[in-house]
Design a binder for this molecule. Structure first.
Ligand code: SAM
Length: 202
């Protein structure tokens, strides 16, 4: 298994035709989450993939509690190998809303964001890493519709988005759902700009 090292975390990667290989988006989210997280907090990562972002947090922060979810069984297995506690489920499905144990201070998501038509789908489980539906925002929109139920009062979310799907519709939706919104980091890479958007529950 190929292993990479980033900020004290050593991460074993799964086969790249089965599990999303961490890239600039993963690094941007991990760095933003490291800045945001404080010792002692309870963190949830949705769609952990190889476990890269969660493993970086676990390797660098003291006393955090962290769990993750992932829909792709190959990715869930890979994240477990990397020391991440993972529940294999669709977004929040296996978590009980309104239970104290499933209320978090910080929730992270690097969602599939590519606008994808039926013909553009990638075969197998890896499609979940890329396929954002025709708008590119279908999975992110489902996440945003549900996330409030899993946050503690004053809790925050960090989501990775791309200029391909656009900041304005995401910001508008988050504000309607009761979040104060700002962009905490941006990075231009070839044809797109990646952004980490923070939503703080008002
Ligand atoms: C762009 S990849 C990011 C992976 C990893 N968090 C990273 O930053 O390297 C998106 C991940 O979300 C997972 N995913 C997509 N839809 C999901 C859903 N409905 N529930 C849980 N995980 C999902 C995919 O399988 C994939 O592993």
């Amino acid at each position: 298994m190929v292993e990479i090292e980033y900020r004290k975390a050593r991460i074993k990667l799964g086969y790249t035709d089965l599990v999303y290989e961490p890239a600039e988006d993963s690094v941007l989210l991990a760095d933003a989450a490291l800045k945001e997280a404080k010792a002692g907090i309870h963190i949830l990562e949705i769609g952990t993939g190889s476990g890269f972002v969660s493993a970086v947090l676990l390797a660098n922060l003291k006393d955090i509690r962290l769990i993750a979810t992932e829909i792709n069984p190959h990715a869930a297995r890979c994240a477990k190998i990397n020391g991440v506690e993972v529940i294999r489920t669709d977004l929040f499905k296996a978590l009980k809303p309104r239970s104290l144990e499933t209320r978090f201070d910080l929730i992270l998501f690097n969602p599939p964001y590519l606008p994808t038509s039926r013909e553009e789908k990638v075969p197998g489980w890896l499609n979940y890493a890329f396929d954002g539906g025709t708008s590119g925002r279908e999975t992110l929109d489902r996440f945003l519709n549900e996330v409030r139920d899993y946050l503690k009062p004053g809790g925050e979310i960090l989501v990775l988005i791309s200029s391909i799907t656009g900041l304005d519709p995401v910001k508008e939706k988050m504000e309607k759902l009761g979040f104060a919104v700002d962009v905490v980091t941006r990075k231009k890479i070839s044809f797109e700009e990646l952004m980490v958007v923070r939503g703080k529950l008002l």
